[in-house]
Design a protein around this ligand. Structure first.
Ligand SMILES: Cc1cc2nc3c(=O)[nH]c(=O)nc-3n(C[C@H](O)[C@H](O)[C@H](O)COP(=O)(O)O)c2cc1C
Length: 205
């Protein structure tokens, strides 16, 4: 395949999509005004109705892409129910889009603990205080809950049992780079069924 691309310059498109993602994230970090790791994650409920919201990508490797959340939130329940998700990142400063979809696994307890322990104290308190996605009567109720959690745990705030990470394990990954006159560059990586490695296809814009 002719690997000449608008997106990866002279080196061409890496054969490993995670290597390609690392390049794009590095470049996005240099130019995005904030949150270069922000991604929209889509899930579906039991009726097949989609939902989408932003989260932060907190890690990735050849197994997939990880974010952390409250498992009792809307997204938590939908993803635990269907075990499938899609994600999309858009870097305006680079005119680039990255998307992926696949099945989802829960990260290990050890991974979730390690990430949680590295969070600021206030965020660890918040993970206990917030019934994410449930109705909240008033801001003061949330503030009281924060004070209660602080009084309960002090400095050593353990990870709540309902707070962990999801790993989206893509079977499809796409890189999109804006081109002149809408003649964009698109490459789709697909996992061959049961196989290792990736098939790469160039797509019409
Ligand atoms: C840039 C950005 C990053 C966010 N990162 C996270 C995150 O990593 N985890 C999370 O649970 N919510 C995150 N949120 C909040 C979610 O978008 C969402 O409001 C919340 O998780 C509840 O979603 P749900 O009701 O669909 O479960 C983020 C929001 C924004 C705008």
């Amino acid at each position: 395949m002719n690997n000449s691309t608008l997106m990866f310059g002279e080196g061409g498109l890496p054969e490993d999509p995670y290597e390609a993602l690392a390049i794009w994230l590095r470049e996005a970090e240099e130019t995005e005004i904030n949150d270069p790791t922000a991604m929209a994650v889509a899930s579906v409920d039991e009726d097949g109705l989609p939902d989408v919201r932003m989260v932060l990508l907190k890690g990735y490797d050849e197994r997939g892409l990880v974010f952390y959340t409250n498992f009792q939130s809307r997204k938590g329940e939908e993803i635990l129910g269907q075990r499938k998700a899609a994600l999309c990142m858009h870097w305006k400063s680079r005119r680039r889009q990255f998307r992926a979809r696949g099945s989802v696994e829960v990260v290990t307890e050890a991974e979730a603990d390690a990430y949680f322990e590295g969070r600021p104290h206030g965020s660890r308190i918040g993970a206990w205080a917030s019934d994410q996605s449930r109705p909240l009567e008033s801001r003061s109720v949330l503030e009281e809950r924060v004070a209660d959690v602080e009084a309960r745990f002090g400095e050593a705030v353990p990870r709540p049992p309902h707070w962990s990470g999801f790993r989206i394990m893509p079977t499809e990954i796409e890189f999109w780079q804006d081109g002149e006159f809408r003649l964009h560059d698109r490459f789709r990586f697909t996992r061959p069924p049961g196989g290792a490695g990736w098939d790469i296809q160039r797509l019409y814009p």
